[in-house]
Design a protein around this ligand. Structure first.
Ligand SMILES: Cc1ncc(COP(=O)(O)O)c(C=O)c1O
Length: 400
């Protein structure tokens, strides 16, 4: 159907009649440079893992100060490989929060191990020393903290626990590109996994990056990511080697194509601009929401941290609002404001409710937040005016 535009406003006639357009909760920022970069690869004759993927890994290391980075098809793929590389399986336990994306818990479960959920701090949504210590046992082989919404987890105390009990730590850094803990970039130390899913701080459509200062682990991940051959198809075909590579151990097919890497390189060149815009919008929201007592923002991190503002998460005071979080989200949607839900606690999903014996109320802060949490629109191409519109609609829905 042809759009009819109203003069001077850049809005369609339908939009002018209907009022404001729908503001999604997230939208990737794609510019002509991104499109050009992908086009170039498409025309180049080499579209799967090759020189662009290697360049993306190198530039990612430069940005995060990481010694090694391996690009993969998703953060989930990275987590799968790391669990495999550490030999996590039957009889093992892995400590992680239930306030996370389901992928981690699914992978632990499918590896034959048991997820053990540490409760979260009520206002940062992250596990802490006390909650992790309560989950320790001889069976625990790994701790997976989440840098939630772009704020850093309390790595010092978690690392002390891990060192004392000889447990591996793998940081879920899906939200944390640009995040710093005690002025140190996430990704520069230990093992961290980033995501490039479309709502993330940079996107490649789908994709992930595993960073580690453990050279032995990296070698294993390199092997496992491509059928266990120990080399990429680019090595086999373009470097004049014979293509008869041998399986060194059974592996997966998680190698990252150059088409996506070109987009990643182009996006990464704008990460500082993206994150500054996210931060400015988040601070604007905080100011505007100051007078809305029904909305409870998360606690800000310490001064020596850097928040990458992947998400702007708030909680609804159900009592004061006189409505459920789900009703609130529905009312915002009716008023053209999209929201996200990060996250419904994993142990409350049907499968885990039925298969893990977690007594109701035992993860008290997780469950409290799971009922009240929602993410407001936050993406680099939205404006302060858009944030103002979100808060005005919130006030309208709350009848203020
Ligand atoms: C906390 C967290 N961990 C892991 C993932 C998985 O990332 P991916 O979609 O790249 O596999 C996500 C994705 O949204 C996430 O939010």
């Amino acid at each position: 159907m042809m759009n009819v535009y109203c003069s001077g406003k850049g809005r369609t006639l339908a939009e002018s009649i209907m009022g404001d357009t729908f503001l999604p909760f997230s939208k990737p920022s794609i510019n002509p440079d991104d499109i050009h970069a992908v086009n170039e690869v498409l025309r180049s004759g080499w579209i799967t893992t090759g020189s662009k993927s290697a360049e993306f890994e190198k530039k990612f290391c430069d940005y995060t100060d990481s010694p090694n980075a391996v690009a993969l098809t998703s953060a989930t793929a990275g987590m799968h490989l790391v669990l495999k590389a550490f030999g996590i399986g039957q009889g093992d336990e892995v400590i992680t929060p239930s306030m996370t994306w389901v992928s981690t818990v699914n992978l632990i479960t499918m590896a034959g191990a048991t997820p053990v959920f540490a409760d979260i701090d009520k206002d940062t949504l992250m596990m802490n020393r006390e909650s992790v210590e309560k989950c320790l046992s001889e069976k625990v082989k790994m701790i997976i903290p989440v840098h939630f919404a772009g704020a850093p987890a309390q790595m010092d105390s978690l690392q002390k626990i891990a060192e004392k009990h000889k447990i591996a730590i793998v940081e879920d850094a899906a939200h944390a590109l640009g995040t710093q803990y005690k002025n140190i970039k996430i990704g520069s130390q230990g093992t961290s996994i980033f995501s490039f899913h479309p709502i993330k701080n940079i996107t490649t459509g789908e994709g992930g990056m595993l960073c580690s200062d453990d050279d032995t682990l990296i070698e294993k991940i390199q092997r496992l990511k491509f059928h266990g051959l120990g080399m990429d198809s680019f090595d086999r075909i373009s470097h004049g080697r014979l293509p008869q590579a041998e399986v060194l151990e059974p592996g997966y097919k998680y190698n990252f194509p150059d088409i996506l890497a070109a987009l990643g390189i182009s996006q990464l060149s704008r990460i500082n601009t993206f994150n500054k815009k996210r931060e400015a919008l988040a601070l604007h929201y905080l100011e505007l929401l100051n007078e809305v007592e029904e909305i409870i923002p998360l606690k800000l991190p310490e001064e020596d941290a850097k928040h990458s503002w992947h998400l702007f998460v708030v909680r609804l005071d159900i009592g004061k609002a006189g409505m459920s979080r789900d009703q609130f989200m529905e009312d915002l949607k009716k008023n053209n404001i999209g929201t996200g839900l990060h996250f419904k606690a994993v142990h409350l999903h049907r499968y885990y409710k039925n298969n893990l014996n977690i007594a109701p109320g035992s993860l008290i802060n997780t469950e409290w937040n799971s009922k009240r949490i929602l993410s407001l629109p936050l993406f680099p191409d939205m404006t302060h005016k858009d944030a103002g519109r979100v808060v005005n609609v919130i006030k309208k829905v709350l009848k203020k």
